[in-house]
Design a protein around this ligand. Structure first.
Ligand code: C2O
Ligand code: CU
Length: 613
């Protein structure tokens, strides 16, 4: 039995070493942590076998007759515990590993003492002795879990002001001093009479999907997706948020729009959640043309799923008032009550649209979910004209396209309507455009080639690039681990081994050129969304991007991928930077970008009304 146990342990550890060595091809970031944990584990197992199991098996008295340490049953527990902790360390993370280690050592110590106790020797072989041993083991394991869970509890209140910081390898003065509050960062050109005024009232409503299913939704103005806000570049926009939801707060965040910090809508960071019955007025100038969306940033993992989102489109200042071009926003959403039923708006099946041949069509694809969604368009030559609101430079014509749209991202497609049907599929729901409006989706044609945004379009000048002098560099290593988060068992998502609110804030000074490397060591996609800034993607897995400049506000980092991005720190404030798989965010995958000298009076946590995740 011991031989088997150790054989399994050794085999498992050896496999992990091999896996880690294979990962070396992807770089030390991927292989390093695994090697660091598993190599000592391998040594411990091998030593345990050599020092203890082998002599025991060879002793004439045989198994179970070796009395003195280290030939002790409990010494094996220690060895196994060390191995467990070491190889689980990547999974459980800080806190968890320590508690587990202490727990295992505790079990070993108690066991050792027990084994030496007189009464215990006398009772050898009795059934109740085995039972008591089992009960003790279970009690200790439970104590470990309770301790671990308690250690993971989050503070009742935490503030980004005073939180630990990371200055990206170059010094920065007085990170938390200076006392400019985020509330004063309302923008310099936001006075005057707004060109566009909207009111969005958060309210509960029952929404019926085309399938007949009813969803108890949270909506803006009774509809979900919420009203589409269409404005023009240069417009001063004013949106009044009114909260009529029963018992929950709400905010509005302008996803992808680099608004002044005070207007960013993050509960507990840039404002307090708007309580039931309350209101909040947002004002910003629409400076960037493109496709954006808005959503609540209070309990966002729940509220966005339940329907508190809508599209925001900024048209060029000179866009014609009247036009017969088709300009449609396609929001893909998975309903919370529907066990993962994907829809476009509230339609889960096929929609038909009549579009006369020769019309210009622009489709603005928005993925409101956390997981990437595959959109395919077939039936017409098309161009991908914008990504995350930024125009693609000289996009080449594609004959059908398949796009992996990451969570929170937007892709705009443009084509001239041909005299045959054009089919848009979105991992389930479809829209069919045809001259007579009657065509069905038909058979699924062979999937067109997958768009690679890193290689699409034509290079153009950028304000900075891979060769520019960088003021600060940060690396964010992304992992997933089994463990506890805020007292509950959870898959925790960590950034540099920490979860919100313990991830150090990335500190910058105004004007800095900041480079961030995202390293995804987990098995999932993480759409990393930086508020208030647009990031230029420099490279993926070490290969420089080569198409049109690829600007993003939400970058889907796939399993095993490494992206290097850069942005100019030109929008002072405290900005969330998080995974837009909002369940991941709710399980810790949030950090902040802070500017030196900016503080926030707001707090998050159980003790407050603010739960931005
Ligand atoms: Cu779309 Cu922090 O959010
Ligand atoms: Cu994620």
């Amino acid at each position: 039995m011991w031989r088997l146990l150790f054989g399994l342990l050794l085999g498992g550890a050896a496999l992990r070493v091999v896996a880690a060595l294979l990962l070396l091809r992807d770089g030390w970031d991927f292989a390093g942590p695994r090697l660091v944990f598993v190599v000592p584990a391998l040594v411990v197992i091998a030593a345990g076998y050599g020092v203890w199991v082998r002599p025991m098996l060879r002793s004439p008295a045989g198994e179970g007759r070796v009395a003195a340490w280290p030939g002790d049953y409990w010494a094996a527990m220690v060895a196994a515990g060390v191995v467990l902790v070491a190889s689980a360390a990547q999974l459980v993370g800080t806190g968890g590993a320590a508690v587990t280690g202490v727990g295992v050592l505790g079990i070993a110590a108690v066991g050792s003492v027990w084994r030496r106790a007189r009464w215990c020797r006398r009772s050898a072989g009795r059934w109740w002795r085995t039972a008591a041993k089992g009960a003790l083991g279970a009690a200790l394991a439970a104590a470990v879990l309770v301790g671990w869970s308690t250690a993971s509890q989050l503070p009742a209140r935490s503030s980004m002001t005073g939180s630990p910081v990371d200055t990206g390898g170059s010094t920065i003065g007085h990170a938390h001093h200076g006392g400019i509050s985020v509330t004063t960062l309302t923008g310099t050109d936001t006075a005057g009479v707004p060109a566009r005024r909207f009111t969005l009232t958060a309210q509960a409503a029952t929404v019926e999907l085309d399938s007949g299913q009813r969803v108890e939704a949270w909506t803006f103005n009774g509809v979900t997706p919420g009203p589409q806000l269409r404005v023009r570049q240069g417009d001063l926009v004013e949106v009044t948020l009114v909260n009529q939801l029963p018992g929950v707060g709400v905010t509005l965040h302008w996803h992808g729009v680099d608004v002044p910090n005070a207007m960013d809508g993050v509960a507990g960071v840039t404002q307090d959640a708007v309580p039931p019955g309350g209101r909040f007025v947002y004002r910003f100038r629409a400076t960037q043309v493109g496709t954006y969306w808005y959503h609540s940033h209070e309990m966002s993992s729940v509220q966005v799923r339940r329907g508190l989102f809508g599209a925001l489109v900024v048209l060029p200042a000179d866009a014609p008032e009247q036009s017969d071009a088709v300009d449609e926003t396609v929001l893909r959403h998975t309903w919370i009550d529907e066990d993962g039923v994907a829809s476009l708006g509230v339609t889960t099946g096929a929609q038909r649209r009549q579009v006369p041949a020769g019309r210009q069509v622009r489709l603005r694809l928005v993925n409101t979910d956390g997981n990437p969604a595959t959109f395919t368009l077939t039936g017409a030559p098309l161009r991908v004209v914008a990504i995350d609101g930024t125009d693609v430079h000289e996009p080449n014509v594609l004959h059908g396209v398949r796009i992996l749209v990451g969570g929170g991202s937007r892709y705009d497609l443009a084509f001239t309507m041909p005299d045959q049907p054009v089919v848009l599929r979105a991992d389930g729901p479809t829209i069919v455009y045809s001259p007579d409006g009657n065509a069905g989706p038909g058979r699924e044609s062979p999937a067109p080639a997958l768009l690679d945004p890193a290689r699409y379009g034509t290079p153009a000048a950028t304000p900075f690039g891979a060769a520019s002098h960088v003021d600060r560099r940060f690396t964010l290593r992304v992992d997933e681990r089994l463990g506890f988060y805020d007292g509950r068992p959870a898959v925790r998502y960590t950034l540099n081994n920490r979860s919100f609110p313990d991830v150090p804030m990335l500190m910058v000074a105004p004007g800095d050129l900041v480079e961030v490397t995202y390293v995804n060591r987990s098995g999932q996609h993480h759409p990393m969304h930086l508020h208030g800034h647009h990031m230029l993607v420099l490279s993926r897995d070490g290969r420089p991007t080569s198409g049109s400049p690829w600007w993003v506000d939400t970058l889907d980092v796939g399993p095993g991928e490494t992206y290097r991005v850069a942005f100019r720190a030109d929008n002072p404030g405290i900005w969330m930077d998080h995974c837009h798989n909002l369940e991941h965010a709710a399980n810790g995958m949030i950090l902040h970008l802070g500017y030196a000298g900016i503080t926030t009076p707001f707090q998050t946590g159980h003790g407050t009304a603010n739960h931005p995740e």
